[in-house]
Design a protein around this ligand. Structure first.
Ligand code: COA
Length: 318
């Protein structure tokens, strides 16, 4: 059997930091409200001219270095993003050109905040089927570009960044199982209504039904955790680390409670990063790997939830 294993991780956050206090000056909000309802304290935002592929390239190069690989060793590039530099070519192709890689498949995956678990799951399957040996999987988003900065109910929640992993073929897992889901019945809970279908190019800003989405997120994430444990015959206590999508501290705490995991075993970056969409899990993973919390051999549960709605998990031994 061929499996995939995480060989290296990388992460990059844009230099510009915007605190809750900074937002108080531009929208009708308070630092106290944002902290209390979301756990967010600050976020990194792209500067003028800085794009999704800029962030992706920084994270990708760090992941390659950590894996001890050269870009030329890559035979698959998958980028999860909802904020590509251009409609096309894909951000994966732009990244491929920046890395001076030629010929291997490169494509984007669009599953909003669940994008990274979708991308990792797809890359894992390429490796399991023998179609790739060394895959670069990136979650990169410049979500600030698609926010309505006058809408306090959404603009305070998001940040920009990129995280990357290299997965390579291995004799033992690595990635143990992946679980992906979507339900378009909930498509109106989080969306950008404008687009090519209705010719409405001007209305390209995020809209969210926050309350309803919160409830659906908590229920759905609780189900995906149960599904992942049951599929692998695991007990809750077998999980060493929960690496959740970083949308809201209260949602993360609810999932940790479901797993009976103390918060010390949950990687939480939402205070400093806010919700970086597809980047949030690989950024959190990279942070906890680099600061020495996550060690080789430990069992990781990554789970995410996003617009669509989409949701999923990856269970992996690091
Ligand atoms: N600052 C101050 N007040 C705000 C505010 C802000 N940034 N945003 C909303 N409010 C106000 C609302 O207008 C409302 O006022 P009202 O009672 O006078 O009408 C009040 O705060 C409560 O709003 P509500 O939406 O009920 O708050 P909440 O406790 O549900 O928290 C969210 C709002 C958005 C933080 C929460 O619903 C959430 O996290 N939802 C999920 C979002 C998410 O995860 N999205 C990404 C998924 S990948």
């Amino acid at each position: 059997m061929i499996y995939s294993r995480i060989a290296g991780t990388g992460g990059y956050l844009p230099e510009r930091v915007v605190t809750n206090a900074d937002l108080e000056a531009t929208v009708d909000t308070t630092d106290a409200w944002i902290r209390e309802r979301t756990g967010i304290e600050r976020r990194h935002l792209v500067s003028d001219g800085e794009t999704c592929s800029d962030l992706a390239e920084r994270a990708a190069r760090l992941a390659l270095e950590a894996a001890g690989l050269a870009a030329a060793d890559l035979d698959l590039i998958v980028v999860a993003t909802t904020t590509p530099d251009q409609y096309f070519p894909s951000t994966a192709c732009i990244l491929q050109q920046r890395l001076d890689v030629h010929g291997c498949p490169a494509f984007d995956v669009q599953a909003v905040c669940a994008g990274f678990v979708y991308a990792l799951s797809i890359a894992d399957k390429f490796i399991r089927l023998g179609s790739a040996q060394n895959a670069l999987v990136v979650g990169s988003d410049a979500f600030s570009r698609i926010l309505d900065w006058t809408d306090r109910s959404t603009c305070v929640l998001f940040g920009d960044g990129a995280g990357a992993v290299i997965i390579e073929a291995a004799d033992t897992p690595g990635v143990i199982s992946t679980h992906l889901h979507a339900d378009g019945a909930y498509k109106d809970l989080l969306q950008i209504p404008g687009g090519l279908g209705n010719g409405d190019y001007a209305n390209n800003r995020v809209e969210m039904k926050g309350n309803e989405l919160f409830r659906v997120a908590v229920t759905t994430l609780s189900r995906i955790v149960e599904e992942t444990l049951a599929a692998n015959g695991l007990e809750r206590s077998d999980i060493d680390w929960l690496i959740p999508h970083q949308a809201n501290l209260r949602i993360i705490q609810a999932t940790a409670r479901k797993l009976d995991l103390p918060m010390e075993r949950v990687v939480v970056t939402v205070a400093d990063h806010a919700n970086t969409s597809a980047a949030s899990i690989p950024l959190a993973l990279d942070q906890a790997v680099r600061d020495g919390r996550i060690k080789r051999g430990e069992l990781l549960l990554m789970e995410a939830f996003g617009g669509g709605i989409t949701w999923g998990s990856v269970l992996a031994r690091f």
